[in-house]
Ligand binder design. Structure first.
Ligand code: PEP
Length: 250
C-alpha cells in the first residue's frame, strides 16, 4: 500500500476570489482525485470561501487559513479567529510559518497557543518549523527545531497528537530557489519524529517538507520515506504548474 502524500499550496498574499475561481476551474481540468493523495490549499483569508465553493465535490481537496488567532473573538484588529475561519469553510490552518515568525515576530509560545486553539476548534494545524541559514551554519538546526517544537508539544493532549502535522521548512530555502537536499530534509524529519517519540508520541507524525519545491525537485524529495508531502509557495501559484507537481510521486 503506497503511503499517502499531502501536496499543500501556500498562496501567501496572492490570488483574490476571482483569480482563485479561475485557478480552480483550470486546475480541476488537469487533476482527478487520486487514492492516497491529499491536496491542501492555503489561500488568503478573503479567498477561502470562493475556493471552498470552487472545489465542492472534491473530497480530496481541503482548504484552510494561513494564520489564525488563538482567541475566538474580541478586540484583535486584523486577526482571523478560528470560528470565523471555520464559518467560511477552513478545515486546516498553517501555524508558525517562517514569514509569520521572522517578518511579524511571532514567537514559539504564540504558535503553541494557535496550535492548541486550532485543535480545540476541530481545525487541523500544520505547524511550520525550520532554521535560518545562520542556525544551520552554526550547527544549530536541531536545537532551533527543538525550541520551536517544545512549547507546542507541551500543549497538545495525547488524544490530539495524530491531528497535528508538521512542515519542516528551512528559512534559507523559502522563496530562494535553494532547496534542502532530500537527504538533509529527511535527516531533520527523522530528528523531529525521534524527538516527539522521546516525548511519548507513539503515532507516526506526518511531516511535510517546504522550501523552493518545484517540478524539478519534488519527485526526489517525495522519494524519501521520511517526507510525507510538500508545502509549496511560489510553484503552487499557476494551475498547470501546480497540477504538474501534484501529478508527481503519487
Ligand atoms: C512556503 O511558503 O511555505 C514556501 C515553501 O515557499 P516556496 O515554495 O516559494 O519556497
Amino acid at each position: 500500500m503506497p503511503r499517502a502524500l499531502i501536496y499543500a499550496a501556500n498562496w501567501k498574499m496572492n490570488h483574490g476570489p476571482r483569480e482563485a475561481r479561475e485557478f480552480a476551474r483550470r486546475f480541476l481540468e488537469f487533476t482527478a482525485p487520486l487514492a492516497g493523495r491529499e491536496l491542501w490549499f492555503f489561500p488568503p483569508a478573503v479567498t477561502i470561501s470562493a475556493l471552498v465553493e470552487a472545489f465542492r465535490g472534491r473530497p480530496d481537496i481541503t482548504v484552510g487559513a494561513q494564520n489564525v488567532h488563538w482567541e475566538s473573538k474580541g478586540a484583535f484588529t486584523g486577526e482571523l479567529s478560528l470560528p470565523l475561519a471555520k464559518e467560511v469553510g477552513a478545515r486546516i490552518a498553517l501555524v508558525g510559518h517562517s514569514e509569520r515568525r521572522h517578518l511579524f515576530g511571532e514567537t514559539a509560545e504564540q504558535a503553541a497557543r494557535k496550535v492548541a486553539a486550532a485543535l480545540a476548534a476541530g481545525v487541523v494545524p500544520l505547524l511550520c518549523v525550520g532554521e535560518t541559514l545562520a542556525d544551520r551554519e552554526a550547527g544549530r538546526t536541531e536545537d532551533t527545531v527543538r525550541r520551536q517544537l517544545e512549547p507546542v508539544a507541551a500543549v497538545v493532549q495525547p488524544t490530539d497528537r495524530p491531528r497535528l502535522l508538521i512542515a519542516y521548512e528551512p528559512v534559507w530555502a523559502i522563496g530562494t530557489g535553494r532547496n534542502a537536499t532530500p537527504a538533509d530534509a529527511a535527516e531533520v524529519h527523522r530528528f523531529i519524529r525521534e524527538w516527539l517519540g522521546g516525548r511519548g508520541w507513539r503515532d507516526r507524525t506526518r511531516v511535510l517538507y517546504g522550501g523552493s519545491v518545484n517540478a524539478g525537485n519534488a519527485l526526489a524529495l517525495l522519494a524519501e520515506r521520511e517526507i510525507d508531502g510538500v508545502l509549496v509557495g511560489g510553484a503552487s501559484l499557476t494551475p498547470d504548474g501546480w497540477a504538474e507537481i501534484v501529478g508527481l510521486g503519487g
